[in-house]
Design a protein around this ligand. Structure first.
Ligand SMILES: Cc1ncc(C[n+]2csc(CCOP(=O)(O)OP(=O)(O)O)c2C)c(N)n1
Length: 619
């Protein structure tokens, strides 16, 4: 029997000696690699935190002591140690366990997460509740260096320093976000490790430790033993934190000793831990960005399952923006730590000066784009639908209010599948439609995306958004050298059946599912590709919104505030007597799992369309 077989909770962990803990780390690592190779998942970050997770659960008294993870993509070892080992093969699968911490899943999951930079604020809220209740437990926020590029983390650190509660922040520094890290703080973390700075810092230690009295002498002993630095200066000290580190994040002994000593520390403290992304699995160590979020792969060769060779919307955007930027120096590309995911890798290579990865800082990305737009640049702000939620006020206050020409490109709009509710792009049509001056376009395929980007850059003057799903485009090949202006806000009659009263008004690629139904089944209806949500094509609505017609809106967005709302508003405003039905996401958070399964579950599949058509045809 191996050690992992005997571990069902952190209590079992506490019975092990150091050698057994080391052995356990290896077993957990193998277990994660083996399992994720079959399910896909966030491998590299989770491999980097195996020893850190073991040490935290070994030293602290969880779940009484509370560990709050940032992003949550690095928590596989945490899941395995906290009673979910036997369910781990269901990771990210419909009905299985989530790829992120979820309070519904375990008492050890203290705070639900998926977006970055929330841990310090959430953990501080928990610490404040502890103080108000006169309770006694530890609160530990585990943040990545990536999280330090997001403003929310500083808001939390600043407040924590002010409150002065006992509060531990573990900074898991692997010198990477998804790909290489960006920003001044990231550079500072690297500098901390260089000798010149170390020397200066050491001179400050005495003064610092004198202030800490008894705890100071304990920390000094630990520091000497593990060759750690203790220094009060720099960023964290200014914010009211004590700092300890850097600690080797793969040395369980050091980690346990350091955590044992900070456990008794009074006030806020940062423990700086150095880890390697992908640790212990060579292919992931060598290509951590490829194994950040990875599909199935071959454990022995490290070969990642190939997607088929169809083009994705992301790839079409990537080629289009690069082609247009070749001819126009005003075009700049902006991303918030998602260069690859958003399709800006090639742009970054070709136009390094006109490319800006701002870190995990969506609010900054948008206001930064607004600043560029005031100086007649044309910023292409490429941010996933779910992450742009962060920058709602910046879109209103900094862009739309001044009617600035910023082009928002929202990838992953709609259901994303296995990452689940924190990552589905369910809301952008709603949160963008309510903003004055905004134009919103939704392409049904790659050619339309290409022409929409061209139209957004050259034929629209205020803020404009183009949104598309994580999916393949309909076409096999696309000629990216020719561009057509799309008339604003003209919808496209894809198929008209003059004998039918049924009109599908569609935003996005579901046009093709309806075309398939027309070809394969014996239903009669018309399909209109709306293209624009805002402004909406009132001409087309005027033509079809009258008695006896049946209008059905189709959109990959929550039912509140998108196309169904826009058409309903038109119908009420113009006193049209017409029936309007909708296919959209329900007003609920949608779980995780394969996209096809989720779309069936929420009634956005081919079968659901057919069932509906059958029911209205029978009437
Ligand atoms: C608000 C937000 N923007 C973007 C992302 C996408 N994202 C997931 S993990 C990650 C990198 C996080 O870096 P770090 O915390 O250092 O962890 P690492 O991946 O290096 O282990 C990013 C940008 C996100 N989760 N949340």
């Amino acid at each position: 029997m191996n050690i992992l077989d005997k571990i069902n909770s952190p209590q079992d962990l506490k019975k092990l000696n150091l050698e057994e803990l080391k052995e356990l780390a290896q077993e957990i690592r193998n277990f994660i690699i083996e399992s994720v190779s079959k399910t896909g998942g966030h491998l590299a970050s989770s491999l980097g935190t195996v020893e850190l997770t073991i040490a935290l659960h070994y030293v602290f008294d969880t779940p009484k002591d509370k560990i709050v993870w940032d992003v949550g993509h690095q928590t596989y070892a945490h899941k395995i140690l906290t009673g979910r080992k036997n369910l781990f093969h269901t990771l990210r699968q419909y009905g299985g366990i989530s790829g992120f911490p979820r309070r519904e899943e375990s008492e050890y999951d203290v705070f639900n997460v998926g977006h970055a930079s929330t841990a310090v604020s959430a953990a501080l809220g928990i610490a404040a509740a502890r103080e108000l209740n006169n309770e006694d437990y530890k609160v530990i926020a585990v943040i990545g260096d990536g999280s330090l590029s997001g403003g929310l983390t500083y808001e939390g650190l600043n407040h924590a320093g002010h409150l002065g509660y006992d509060f531990i922040v573990v900074l898991n520094d692997n010198a990477m976000f998804i790909s290489k890290s960006v920003g001044a703080v990231a550079k500072m973390l690297v500098k901390i490790l260089t000798l010149g700075l170390v020397k200066k810092i050491e001179q400050k230690i005495d003064k610092f430790l004198r202030r800490l009295k008894y705890i100071g002498s304990v920390l000094l002993r630990v520091a000497k033993r593990f060759k750690l630095l203790l220094f009060p200066g720099m960023l964290f000290e200014e914010m009211g934190f004590a700092y300890i580190g850097p600690v080797d994040g793969h040395d369980i002994k050091s980690l346990c000793e350091v955590f044992k000593s900070v456990k008794h520390f009074k006030g806020p403290v940062v423990v700086h831990v150095l880890t390697k992304k992908g640790k212990g699995y060579k292919p992931a160590e060598e290509k951590p960005e490829k194994f950040h979020g990875v599909p199935k792969f071959d454990v022995f060769t490290g070969e990642i399952e190939k997607k088929n060779d169809r083009l994705t919307f992301t790839e079409v955007f990537s080629k289009t923006v690069t082609t247009l930027a070749e001819k126009d120096e005003r075009i700049v590309g902006i991303t918030a730590a998602m260069t690859d995911g958003c399709g800006l890798e090639e742009f970054a290579k070709k136009f390094p000066k006109r490319f800006f990865d701002v870190g995990i800082a969506e609010e900054h990305a948008v206001t930064f784009a607004a600043g560029l737009a005031t100086q007649n640049y044309i910023p292409i702000c490429a941010i996933y639908s779910t992450f742009l939620q962060r920058a709602f006020d910046q879109i209103i206050h900094d862009v739309a209010l001044q009617n600035l020409h910023v082009v928002f490109v929202l990838d992953r709009a709609g259901i994303v599948g296995e990452d689940g509710p924190t990552h589905h792009g369910s809301f952008d049509l709603s949160y963008l439609r309510l903003i004055p001056n905004m134009t919103i376009m939704v392409p049904k395929d790659g050619n339309e995306l290409k022409d929409m980007l061209y139209t957004a850059i050259y034929h629209i003057s205020g803020p404009v958004a183009i949104r598309y799903p994580k999916d393949f485009v309909f076409e096999k090949n696309i000629d990216i050298s020719e561009f057509k202006k799309i008339e604003i806000p003209k919808a496209q009659m894809v198929y008209e059946d003059k004998e039918s009263k049924i009109y599908f008004l569609v935003l996005g690629p579901k046009v093709y599912i309806l075309e398939e139904i027309l070809k394969e089944k014996n239903f009669k209806f018309s399909i209109i590709n709306m293209r624009f949500l805002k402004p909406i094509d009132e001409e087309v609505l005027k033509k079809i919104c009258h008695s006896n017609n049946i209008i059905i809106t189709v959109e990959e967005n929550t039912v509140i505030g998108g196309l169904f709302s826009a058409v309903s508003e038109y119908v009420v405003k113009n006193c049209c007597s017409v029936k309007v039905y909708h296919f959209a996401f329900p007003d609920k958070f949608i779980t995780f799992g394969k996209k096809e399964i989720l779309e069936k579950q929420i009634g956005l599949s081919k079968e659901s369309f057919c069932e509906f058509l059958k029911s209205v045809s029978e009437k």
